[in-house]
Design a protein around this ligand. Structure first.
Ligand code: SF4
Length: 895
């Protein structure tokens, strides 16, 4: 990067080109007040507290660009007095409590540094506040109208929920909608709380006024968010064993000082009275508290009895995408070494297993191809089947920021998701027709010469077969299949095809289909045709992983056919390597996938199932059949935070630690290993999943070794060449390291395939899979298509978010339907409705609007009591068994 050297108080300092004088002054170690400035925001230059003398004039440092050779004076008596005057003028309008002893926040810090005491604050106050929101309170008397909150909301979060109202000294921040904060467009990202220099906007409770820049360093624990796969770095503030605040880390590699309502605020679940604190054992049909020794002995006896009666393959485990890498590593090792079966799977089966299969087939490795930093520099984003604004909010905010700075945007999603409002082209295919849509785009790329012929010749294979297939996917035919107007299809293809550095980002709207793997592969075709993967001419194909560690759970080998690092269990050489490290035989036969585990249980062939941190009775499709399977299984063991639907019916329930209470690592959606650290202890007798697995193994007479999580990652690194350069020590020093990382002395590979693809022939593989219709289709009896997904305030089955203030933000599962359908079926907005499919029935509250097109309805699945997954079918991806959550035929009637 080109630099600029300026002189600050006689000392030369180099800063990147484009920097402000404020950056240069701070780089020189000089502390200046800058109350309207935040380095995450565009400069405003309105508060005049960062005045310096430069080139014979007085200037606000935050809005003055640093030019070569500039001489900056910060210490002169005149500028020091001007700065103090500016601060005193601001302070004079505030009530004395703004600077009371111990006031946190930036203004109080500045005043302490300048020797300005509470007596300088002479404002009368009385402007009132707004405490309607559970997480964001406004004290108008403390507002200095610096506008940082407004810019944070628009520039970083992209929500545009705040504005400044009033005139002159009465100017104050307010929700743009005019009413109470709780009824505004605020999505509670906490950005305004974090940037507010005075505490005018703050979170209630003991952390009132704390921001990421101004909080006690010694009281924080750096960890990684345990909700979604974005992997935000967070600083947890704790006092007396309780979490008082979670602050976004300014140096977080993905979030860069931002977060969302879940990671930032939704930690109240930790202290819920419903939290499990003792093991439970079912006796005479009732779950009763017992000691750990008794619970562990019961589990060990039950697993042994199952093996004795039906062999090792009569035992299975569902590991957890919420658990750490080290815990997943230990679970799969336990199943393979202690039980002797490959019956271990994780919930990526239900979400991104088609990504793993599809990306591996197309490119060679089971992960996104590029770093998110690169994606966020793209000049054209193709966002498919994803709603990152709600489901991955920090990614959604950064993508929107890129679009607002000029990148092209194509959104392909049946619904009017948040990003679609800003799209150049919004493609709305009928659910289940993705493959045809992607082939239509590819057809236009080929027809209009928007392909990279040299790349296709030198680095790809499969072009003749794909070209032949694409003959049938003319825009008009694709319109017939998908409902997308041909002109929109052509416009989207041209936008993607003519961009200099296009990037594809996609979500579960691509994978959760009968032909989800074909969807991933035909989407990957577009990047290959453009030469936009493994080159500097684009930023590849990048799945937005759902759960915090769904990438890592699979990386660690919690899969029935793959060992850690994705070596095939059926391959003798791969097994031999694991056997050498583990010191015991590894079974050769691939194990059962999750749906097959349930089928085996129903058939009486599965005698013990250990479910770790998944509420399969609520989140898996066709839950009526899942319940039948669990009821038929003689031993169900459940590791849980709460008495979930699954735990309620288990034989043994083991209380476990949450993400705020454990040690280890997660892998986020762009393959970065990041540390997870315990900020507080688990409640009562709860233990980590890591300790639980080791303890069950010990009760069965086996030492799994790896006494600490760091040892588990070290053992995994010894087993998997792609992880050989990773360790807790390195992550503690470096923060985040992407895999592949074969060498402890070299950085991991953030961008893949720059030299060759990881396929056996080193080439990217185009796929020529024809479009095939979805498994379910509407008919006269079930005329609507149901799509399920997430809402911004909740997470999956809601077990954590429903037990926090988020419940007040979103108290019920809503069914979105179009006004035409509402009229047709006699449904009114806000009314309770019954939704029926061929598999079951759910009760929801209707929300009528045009986000969902006619003929389709959408709902979340955050409230198990609403029974949404009783509706979904057991139709699944033909390659990976990922359920077809995105296409269920239903009918809706008023309740
Ligand atoms: Fe956590 Fe995801 Fe929100 Fe970041 S975007 S704070 S990782 S839930």
């Amino acid at each position: 990067m080109n630099g600029v050297t300026v002189e600050v108080d006689g000392t030369g300092v180099a800063v990147p080109e484009g920097s402000s004088l404020l950056t240069a002054v701070r780089a020189a170690g000089v502390e200046l007040p800058a109350l309207c400035s935040d380095d995450r925001l565009s400069p405003a230059g309105s508060c005049r507290t960062c005045l310096v003398r430069v080139g014979g004039r007085v200037a606000a440092a935050c809005v003055t660009p640093a030019s070569p050779g500039m001489r900056v004076d910060t210490v002169g008596e005149e500028v020091a007095r001007l700065r103090r005057d500016a601060v005193e003028v601001i302070v004079s309008a505030l009530p004395p409590r703004a600077l009371a002893d111990g006031s946190p926040g930036e203004l109080a810090h500045v005043c302490r540094a300048m020797g300005i005491g509470p007596e300088a604050a002479r404002g009368a106050g009385g402007r009132g506040g707004d405490e309607s929101h559970p997480y964001v309170h406004l004290d108008r008397d403390l507002c200095i109208a610096c506008g940082r909150c407004v810019r944070m909301c628009s520039e970083v979060q992209g929500t545009f929920a705040l504005t400044l109202v009033g005139r002159g000294g009465d100017t104050v921040v307010a929700p743009g909608t005019g009413g109470p904060w709780a009824e505004s467009d605020c999505v509670a990202c906490g950005g305004c709380v974090d940037t507010c220099p005075t505490g005018a906007i703050s979170q209630p409770g003991p952390a009132r006024g704390l921001t990421s820049a101004f909080h006690p360093q010694e009281a924080r624990t750096r960890t990684t968010c345990g909700y979604c796969g974005v992997g935000c770095a967070l600083d947890v503030i704790a006092h007396d064993g309780e979490v008082t605040a979670v602050l976004p880390a300014r140096d977080g590699p993905v979030n860069r000082g931002h977060a969302c309502v879940k990671g930032r605020f939704s930690h109240g679940f930790r202290t819920s009275p419903e939290r499990l604190t003792r093991p439970l054992l079912r006796r005479d049909g009732v779950l009763e508290p017992v000691g750990w020794d008794e619970a562990l002995a019961h589990v060990a006896r039950g697993l042994r009895a199952a093996v004795d009666a039906g062999g090792p393959d009569s035992v299975a485990a569902i590991s957890s995408a919420r658990a750490t890498n080290e815990e997943n590593y230990l679970v799969q090792k336990f199943m393979r070494v202690v039980v002797g079966t490959n019956n271990v799977d994780n919930c990526s089966r239900l979400c991104h297993s088609p990504s793993a299969a599809g990306l591996t087939a197309s490119f060679g490795l089971s992960g996104g191809t590029d770093s998110f930093d690169d994606v966020a520099r793209s000049d054209c984003l193709l966002v498919v089947g994803a709603n990152p604004v709600e489901a991955h909010p920090v990614v959604g905010a950064r993508l929107l920021e890129r679009v607002l700075h000029g990148a092209g945007l194509i959104v392909a999603d049946p619904r009017a998701v948040g990003l679609a409002l800003h799209a150049d082209v919004h493609l709305r295919p009928r659910p289940g027709t993705n493959v045809a849509l992607f082939h239509g785009l590819a057809h236009v790329l080929l027809a209009e010469g928007l392909t990279d012929e040299a790349f296709l010749r030198e680095r790809a294979t499969g072009l003749p077969e794909l070209t032949e297939l694409l003959v049938d996917y003319t825009p008009d035919r694709v319109t017939d299949i998908t409902g997308v107007p041909a002109a929109d299809l052509v416009a989207a293809a041209r936008l993607y095809g003519r961009a200099e550095r296009p990037a594809i980002v996609y979500g579960l709207g691509v994978t959760e289909h009968l032909h989800g793997t074909d969807g991933v592969r035909s989407l990957a075709n577009l990047a290959i045709l453009r030469g936009a993967v493994g080159t500097d001419r684009g930023h590849g194909v990048n799945p937005l992983r759902g759960q915090n560690n769904v990438q890592g759970a699979s990386d660690m080998g919690a899969l029935p056919d793959l060992l850690p690092g994705y070596g095939k269990v059926a391959d003798p050489a791969v097994r031999a390597r694991a056997e050498a490290v583990w010191g015991g035989p590894v079974p050769a036969r691939p194990g059962l996938r999750i749906p097959d585990m349930f089928a085996a249980a129903r058939a009486g062939d599965l005698r013990a199932l250990w479910v770790i941190g998944e509420d399969v009775r609520a989140t898996d499709p066709d839950t009526t059949r899942v319940a039948e399977a669990l009821d038929a299984c003689p031993l169900v063991v459940c590791n849980e935070l709460f008495l979930s639907e699954t735990a309620r019916h288990a034989d043994v329930v083991l209380p476990v630690a949450s993400w705020l209470e454990k040690d280890g690592t997660f892998v986020n959606f762009d393959r970065r290993f990041q540390r997870v650290r315990p900020a507080v202890p688990p409640p009562g007798e709860a233990r980590t999943d890591f300790d639980t697995v080791r303890a069950v193994a010990a009760a069965m007479g086996v030492d799994l070794r790896c006494p600490r999580p760091a040892d588990a990652l070290a053992e995994c690194a010894a087993l998997v060449p792609a992880f050989a350069g990773l360790s807790h020590g390195r992550l503690d020093r470096e923060g985040a390291v992407p895999w592949p990382c074969p060498d402890p002395g070299r950085p991991g590979e953030a961008k893949l395939y720059t030299e060759r693809f990881a396929t056996p022939d080193g080439r990217a593989h185009l796929a020529a899979a024809p479009y095939l219709p979805p498994g379910e289709r509407p008919d006269d009896a079930y005329p609507l298509v149901l799509v399920t997904g997430r809402r911004w305030a909740h997470y999956n089955s809601g077990s954590m978010t429903r037990r926090s203030g988020n419940l007040a933000l979103d108290p019920v599962d809503l069914l979105d339907l179009h006004p035409d359908d509402a009229g047709r079926y006699g449904v009114r907005d806000g009314e309770r409705v019954t939704v029926e499919s061929r598999h079951g029935r759910a009760r929801l509250v209707a929300r009528v609007g045009d986000r969902t097109p006619p003929g389709q309805v959408f709902c979340s699945f955050h409230f198990p009591a609403s029974g949404v997954n009783r509706l979904t079918s057991d139709v699944a991806d033909t390659v990976t068994s990922c359920p077809e959550y995105k296409v269920t035929a239903v009918r809706v009637t008023p309740s």
